[in-house]
Ligand binder design. Structure first.
Ligand SMILES: NC(=O)c1ccc[n+]([C@@H]2O[C@H](COP(=O)([O-])OP(=O)(O)OC[C@H]3O[C@@H](n4cnc5c(N)ncnc54)[C@H](O)[C@@H]3O)[C@@H](O)[C@H]2O)c1
Length: 303
């Protein structure tokens, strides 16, 4: 694909973070964009930003409340998108929505584990299935599935279980890699990319708390709000820059898109010494800034 101008793009999780920035940058490049999310208010903000960034007033932006883990809801979303653009096809599908949860299969609830897996993996699967015919009906299509560095390295540190998210992100990576051949054989005009971001400054911690499997207690909520701020403020890359890397990767036809120097370094380190992947040192590549900030905070609190 040489340009996004005039293309019809679909972005899941367009309310905040990388999804919002993808919507805005696609609109700025002249694409018509439909997004879904759980929050109508945040999508309205994204839509206003996208409309302001668009080069012309006939760029269409539409918002749709939809839970990506619900296959029936995704089919309704698909029908609404085709109606909004009066079209039988879409060109681009960004299966971006995700949240964390279900850290431990031993101590966390079954609901928390399932919620994370169903949003992060089934959301990608239902999105692909819902829009497949419309992508194949296009002259030129592209499926972009967001995995993570946790799609090739199942850890966020030696003392913090991260099982549901890692399992889901490995599944997204495997599914998407398999789609590369499936599309080459059955729909060669539809490209495929798997996105593997490192640590990006978004509100994923807060959103995971809001849209997870259960209400948190006040104490848990307070703790998570601090964690969210630190995760956002100490990331080495912004959501805006991450979206640019993703869109550049799609235009370059890359099937694997690593986002951030930390992701590139971690990919190289895990490949160079897979046996050492879970021995403790690798998480410093990913969370160097965050670890330093956390240590500073602990010092301030307990000095
Ligand atoms: N931020 C990071 O460091 C990081 C790293 C690697 C991968 N990722 C992945 O990148 C993607 C985007 O995350 P982000 O960091 O921009 O987070 P974010 O929380 O800012 O954005 C995710 C969006 O998805 C929406 N969403 C959540 N569950 C949904 C559901 N069931 N249905 C519809 N929408 C839903 C949220 O409301 C939110 O607007 C996710 O798949 C995430 O797992 C993020």
């Amino acid at each position: 694909m040489e340009s996004f101008a005039g293309k019809i793009a679909v972005v899941t999780g367009g309310g905040t973070g990388m999804g919002r920035e993808l919507v805005v940058q696609l609109a700025a490049a002249g694409a018509h964009v439909s997004m879904c999310d759980l929050s109508e208010d945040r999508m309205s903000e994204t839509a206003a930003l996208a409309a302001a960034a668009a080069p012309a007033s006939d760029v269409r932006i539409s918002t749709h409340v939809c839970d990506v883990s619900d296959e029936a809801a995704m089919l309704v979303f698909r029908d609404e998108v085709l109606a909004a653009h009066d079209s039988e096809h879409v060109n681009l599908l960004f299966n971006n929505a995700g949240l964390s949860g279900g850290g431990s299969i031993v101590t966390d609830s079954r609901e928390s584990w399932d919620r994370c897996f169903e949003v992060c993996f089934n959301g990608v699967r239902w999105g692909t299935l819902a829009f497949l015919d419309a992508l194949i009906a296009s002259d030129e299509g592209h499926i972009v599935n967001t995995s993570s560095v946790n799609g090739f390295w199942a850890s966020i540190g030696p003392d913090r279980p991260h099982t549901a998210y890692s399992a889901a992100k490995f599944a997204v990576k495997g599914f998407t890699e398999a789609l590369v051949t499936d599309m080459r054989v059955n729909a060669p005009h539809v490209g495929v990319s798997v996105v593997m971001p490192g640590h990006i400054g978004t509100s994923i911690v807060q959103n995971s708390m809001n849209y997870g499997a259960r209400e948190l207690t006040d104490d848990e909520r307070e703790l998570m709000t601090v964690a969210d701020q630190m995760f956002h403020d100490n990331a080495p890359m912004s959501a805006d820059d991450a979206a640019t890397v993703i869109l550049d990767g799609v235009l370059a036809g890359q099937w694997r898109i690593l986002v951030g120097e930390d992701a590139v370094a971690l990919d190289a380190a895990v490949r160079a010494d897979p046996e050492a992947a879970y021995e403790g040192s690798m998480h410093e590549i990913l969370f160097a800034e965050l670890t330093a900030a956390r240590e500073q905070l602990v010092e301030q609190l307990f000095d």
